[in-house]
Write a protein that binds this ligand. Structure first.
Ligand code: HEC
Ligand code: HEC
Ligand code: HEC
Ligand code: HEC
Ligand code: HEC
Ligand code: HEC
Ligand code: HEC
Length: 263
């Protein structure tokens, strides 16, 4: 894995703009542009150990967090941790903690966009979860203080779907007839950051379904295929709309009544 060169404490305190330029160049190559560290007027970086005095909930398991591991991956990175997202903490520590002296990313995703610039673009697409106006937070779906930032990374797909179904209970099921596609995750059909398509679908039309239900006779026609040997020729039907239009597969997540997810 190529990791982005990351800052260390002394870089942040003493490095200044010139060093940030170097970091920036390194990050562009990894499709991630660090424009500047989060700023808090008049504050300096103090290091994560300081935070542990008062915030054990967040510091106790931070070593297991994706972002802490990323920092450790490069021996030169050193102790950056908390302030990468919360901004320099010297004023906050000096006053014994106050909301005005520290950044809380729940209120604005800007601090995440510093490193994940591509996400700003995704969340600006016409169909997206409303993170840009603060109605939702990256933290509704991502765990930043311990463990994997993306739930269900690896084999635990249940965990990833649960990230979605805690809010979208209707799609949770159980269904009498569950669409096996759900086992490959909600993200096999939706991009929760945003897409140009309605309902944050990753494709607009039959192409969504053809990602798995591969045509066997060409021309975008659904026919008998590896997943569904009994499928009929769908040519005429596809002229009328999408696979999930009215009177077709209206229940793409699963159905309690129809094994073809018609209703
Ligand atoms: C001396 C104790 C102390 C230290 C050290 C400290 N904090 Fe805090 N912090 C607090 C207190 C108290 C609050 C709650 C302020 C309030 O609710 O008005 C707080 C609140 C916060 C919040 C929530 C702000 C909000 O808008 O809700 C964040 C984020 C935070 N601290 C991060 C940090 C980080 C990062 C560090 C290390 C650089 C740190 N704190 C060090 C005492 C401390
Ligand atoms: C990758 C970014 C990131 C890092 C690194 C990070 N945090 Fe946070 N932190 C967040 C986000 C996002 C929230 C808002 C979470 C929420 O509201 O559920 C948050 C919230 C907090 C809060 C407020 C909690 C509350 O209940 O309001 C504190 C305190 C805090 N972080 C401390 C820390 C400390 C201490 C560290 C280092 C050990 C740290 N954070 C590292 C992203 C981060
Ligand atoms: C200091 C830079 C930095 C900041 C700030 C930052 N990240 Fe990251 N984050 C990274 C890097 C580097 C990676 C690993 C490579 C990648 O996926 O881009 C990463 C990875 C991730 C991942 C994927 C983790 C995985 O296991 O695959 C998520 C999710 C994530 N970040 C969310 C956030 C959120 C949400 C915030 C704001 C609260 C945030 N990040 C702030 C640098 C940062
Ligand atoms: C509605 C839930 C949701 C919200 C809100 C959300 N994410 Fe994600 N994010 C996910 C899921 C699910 C994945 C895993 C996608 C996959 O496996 O294909 C992911 C993956 C990622 C990744 C790693 C893979 C990639 O796309 O680079 C990063 C980085 C990331 N998110 C950053 C963010 C940031 C930053 C925010 C806030 C601005 C955010 N996410 C808000 C659900 C969400
Ligand atoms: C914190 C709650 C929450 C979480 C977690 C969440 N969502 Fe959402 N989602 C919403 C809200 C709120 C809306 C917008 C209101 C609405 O239309 O229901 C929405 C809208 C959607 C829509 C579009 C609905 C429409 O009618 O246009 C889809 C699709 C969606 N979410 C999928 C997901 C997926 C996939 C995940 C998991 C990666 C996820 N959501 C996680 C709250 C959440
Ligand atoms: C096989 C592809 C597929 C998978 C997998 C999938 N969805 Fe959907 N989803 C769709 C389609 C297609 C629509 C649009 C239905 C419509 O417009 O009538 C949709 C619509 C939605 C909506 C909007 C409300 C609605 O029913 O129209 C939400 C919310 C949603 N999905 C959440 C989820 C969640 C959460 C998961 C994972 C548990 C998931 N989806 C998995 C294809 C899928
Ligand atoms: C991520 C892969 C994937 C995607 C995308 C997908 N499916 Fe499926 N689908 C499956 C799998 C796997 C099965 C189970 C086949 C089996 O049990 O033999 C299935 C089964 C079905 C069935 C039941 C088969 C039957 O006998 O009737 C229907 C209907 C169906 N899918 C429709 C759709 C529609 C409509 C879409 C687009 C909204 C879609 N699928 C997208 C993987 C997928």
């Amino acid at each position: 894995m190529i990791t982005c060169p990351r800052w260390n404490k002394s870089t942040l305190i003493f490095g200044g703009t010139a060093l940030w330029g170097i970091v920036l160049i390194g990050c562009v190559a990894a499709n991630r542009t660090m424009v500047a560290p989060p700023q808090i007027a008049g504050a300096k970086f103090v290091g994560s150990k300081e935070c542990a005095q008062c915030h054990t909930d967040q510091t106790d398991h931070f070593a297991t967090a994706s972002h802490a591991k990323l920092a450790l991956a490069d021996a030169k990175v050193g102790d950056t941790g908390c302030e990468a997202c919360h901004g320099p903490g010297s004023l906050h520590v000096a006053v014994g903690g106050s909301k005005a002296t520290i950044i809380n990313p729940r209120k604005s995703p800007e601090t995440c966009f510093q490193c994940h610039l591509d996400k700003r673009a995704q969340f600006s697409l016409p169909n997206s979860h409303d993170v840009m106006h603060g109605k939702m937070s990256c933290a509704d779906c991502h765990e930043l203080h311990s463990g994997n930032a993306v739930a269900g990374t690896g084999t635990d797909l249940e965990g990833q779907n649960a990230t979605c179904t805690k809010c979208h209970t209707q799609q949770k099921g159980p269904f009498v007839y569950e669409h096996a596609a759900l086992r490959e995750g909600c993200v096999s059909c939706h991009n929760p950051h945003g897409t140009i398509n309605q309902k944050m679908l990753v494709a607009r039309d039959a192409n969504l379904c053809l990602r798995c239900h591969l045509e066997s006779t060409g021309g975008g026609v659904i026919n008998a295929n590896a997943i569904n040997p009994s499928a009929q020729n769908h040519n005429a039907r596809l002229m009328q709309g999408t696979c999930w239009s009215a009177s077709c597969h209206e229940a793409p997540h699963g159905s309690n009544a129809n094994n073809h997810f018609r209703y």
